[in-house]
Write a protein that binds this ligand. Sequence first.
Ligand code: CU
Length: 239
Amino acid sequence: MRLALSSSLALLLPVLARAHFTLQYVWANGVDGGYNNYVRVPPNNNPVTDVTSTDLTCNVGGTSGAGVQTLSVAGGANITLEWHQHAQRTGEDAISGGHKGPVLVYIAKAPTTAAAFNGQGAVWTKIYQSGLLTPSSQTWASDVVNANAGKHSVVLPASLPAGEYLLRAEMIALHVAATYPGAQFYIGCAQIKTTSGGSAAPPKVALPGAYHGSDPGITVNIYNNLQSYVAPGPAVWTG
Ligand SMILES: [Cu+2]
């Protein structure tokens, strides 16, 4: 009896985890970088829910870039981030359609190398966000990513100084966010080196630090005909 119970639990657990997803591919100017390359890969596809945890920086285990390669691109490159529920491109929904919410991208310049950078402190600049796109149909940025086979893109501001960076992509799922903790933070950090750039000094925030459980973009009931949405964190810096 005990054996039968534990084996059915073992079968159930992967099913529960199936709804979640991770960042798996980084593209540069339309070129696919390959599965899990240049990404600080978390131990599983579970979300982060504590906005005060260092896991908010670059997901679980993400303060270390040991063993992760750094992708070299020219300044102003178009970077595409691609997420999936399981390992690779299975043909199923990239992220489960129940995961409604915004898509955000931040960047932080490493003092030395991207691989040696832990991303702590006020180092992050928000360079992209997309949230509730069409209130009448309750279409979210996450729906667009799902329809686009898990992909969304961001142009690195050309005025950023050349150097090594962490690029932090984030999708926040709000389907159980009416109370805190509840919002699910899916985070993937890529290591990127820009070989050209400018001399901009963008505004910076800390992650964790810039988000609070009481933020209206973090604790929110999205099932009450929501008409507007304010994503957490600072304004987007456009370079
Ligand atoms: Cu999930």
